[in-house]
Design a protein around this ligand. Structure first.
Ligand code: VGL
Ligand code: ZN
Length: 205
């Protein structure tokens, strides 16, 4: 099925237990995603990739607490613990994640002044990452979405993909959430409203 791509969002050490922005059970997605990889010839991986001075880090704002909100020129933004700093072990993929035969690795969040949750557009909702052009040129029409975190980068990637006209399916057991202030419920509702389908890996494997 070359019209389908498996999308693997941000399976990096900082989002796994022991990491700077650890997602509960985040590493549990790794064996599931590796098994799914056998079913798709086209794999796309994203990597959260911030400079140390990134404006989404609470540490770069005087007196700001991690997980508080701030108003950026492009809208509200969560201030995160420092995570996925370029070149650090925290930004590296989980050591057991298969990455060797992925077609592309899209890095995002590398512009200091703007965060990027979605694999398609940064948080100003207009700066493109380049992934859309790649997928269109490869005639991809369906996306299978996996990774971390369900309520942030997975959510925004899936919803943008659906808005762009892709047939989008979320593999629920191949994702885990941060879940702050009801963000997981909101994410599931948002994806549902945009026509993102939900399955489990057992329906593929
Ligand atoms: C993510 C918060 C900040 C994610 C990335 O991958 O979901 N969340 N940066
Ligand atoms: Zn980030």
């Amino acid at each position: 099925m070359t019209d389908t791509a498996l999308v693997i969002i941000d399976v990096q050490n900082d989002f796994c237990p022991g990491g700077a922005l650890a997602v509960a059970d985040g590493d549990a997605v790794v064996p599931v995603i590796n098994r799914l990889q056998a079913y798709y010839s086209l794999k796309v991986i994203t990597q959260d990739w911030h400079p140390a001075g990134h404006t989404s880090f609470a540490s770069n704002h005087p007196d700001a607490e991690p997980f508080s909100m701030i108003e950026m020129p492009y809208g509200p933004q969560v201030l995160w613990p420092t995570h996925c700093v370029q070149g650090t072990n925290g930004a590296a993929f989980h050591k057991d994640l298969q990455t060797g035969d992925a077609a592309v690795i899209i890095r995002k969040g590398f512009r200091k002044e703007i965060d990027s949750y979605s694999a398609f557009f940064e948080n100003d909702r207009s700066t493109p990452t380049g992934l859309l052009g790649y997928l269109r040129e490869q005639n991809v029409s369906s996306l299978i979405i996996t990774g971390l975190a369900t309520d942030f980068c997975v959510r925004f990637s899936a919803v943008d993909a659906a808005k762009l006209g892709f047939d989008v399916t979320l593999v629920e057991d191949a994702c885990r959430a941060i879940d702050m202030d009801g963000s997981l419920d909101e994410a599931m509702r948002d994806m549902h409203e945009h026509g993102v389908k939900k399955i489990t890996s057992a329906e593929i494997i």
